[in-house]
Design a protein around this ligand. Structure first.
Ligand SMILES: [Zn+2]
Length: 291
């Protein structure tokens, strides 16, 4: 980003006028593409850090499921994971959790980690004010906390998108941002054999594997497809010698603790706005512009 700004300044000062406008337009285009790619590819860590995988010292991988809970899928999936003795992390949507709190309770009682996947799984927050951005993720935190009795520790944004100011909001909510390095792309591949083979081929030590219970608001899958995909994925990963572990175990104790801040201030929009006013929290926008 800084390089593009510097090039723009040099062009404005040194290049003859007719050539200058074309080159400046090209630079502006590159700048906008860079901003968009940074928002859509979490592993670039453009606006905030995203954990895509854990350390590679152990043959560990972690299964994560997005977009639940859902009464047609979740109970069957929990039964399968219970039978296989596999821990998972469920990135739940706040409004779905509010509709089906018993499913959240059941997943947590089985020892799975419950994490925040926004309140509505919409995308308006990506363009909204910082206040609305905070409200989207805080609402899901509030729903999950009221069911679980404690706040979630992990968050994954819908399709992993990011934006300026997101790191400040997630830091404020004490949520660690989790992406993935292997995903099933179930909506495209559909065939459980193909999905599980794709995952097993790409998995490495420390992989965070993204699967879905459904595509919330977009597509529902046959529950048997989800179950077959999960079963084959577990079987193939185990056949390759991987152990399926909890996400926090995968990330390691040191890293898991690093996102626990020292602040004791109450959460809430007012507290964040007060911090903003005092300038105590570095702006993600300014960090992104320095990157
Ligand atoms: Zn999602």
């Amino acid at each position: 980003m800084g390089v593009i700004s510097a090039l723009g300044a040099i062009l404005a000062l040194m290049v003859p006028c007719p050539l200058r406008s074309g080159l400046l337009a090209g630079l502006l285009g590159s700048y906008l593409v860079l901003l968009a790619v940074g928002a859509l590819v979490p592993r670039l860590n453009f606006y905030l850090h995203a954990a895509c995988r854990g350390p590679s010292a152990q043959p560990w991988v972690a299964l994560t499921f997005d977009d639940g809970p859902d009464p047609a899928i979740t109970p069957l999936l929990l039964e399968l994971l219970r039978r296989e003795g596999v821990p998972a992390t469920f990135f739940y949507i706040g409004e779905a959790a509010q509709r089906y709190p018993a499913l959240v309770t059941e997943a947590a009682a089985d020892g799975h980690l419950i994490a925040n996947h926004s309140n509505h799984h919409g995308y308006a927050w990506a363009f909204a004010s910082e206040r609305q951005l905070l409200a989207e993720f805080e609402a899901a935190n509030r729903v999950l906390s009221s069911i679980l009795g404690h706040s979630p520790r992990f968050v994954r944004t819908p399709v992993g998108i990011s934006r300026p100011g997101l790191d400040k909001v997630l830091h404020h909510l004490r949520l660690r941002n989790i992406a993935w390095d292997v995903r099933g792309l179930e909506g495209f591949h559909r065939d459980p054999e193909r999905i599980s083979a794709h995952i097993a081929d790409r998995a490495r030590n420390g992989s965070i594997i993204l699967l879905h219970e459904l595509y919330y608001g977009v597509a529902r899958f046959d529950p048997q497809q989800v179950l077959r995909t999960t079963q084959l994925t577990i079987d193939r990963l185990r056949a390759r010698g991987f152990s399926l572990v909890h996400l926090d175990q995968l990330l390691g104790q040191a890293e898991a603790q690093s996102w626990v801040g020292n602040w004791d201030s109450p959460s809430g929009i007012e507290a964040l706005m007060a911090e903003e006013g005092r300038g105590e929290v570095a702006s993600a926008t300014s960090r992104a512009s320095r990157a």
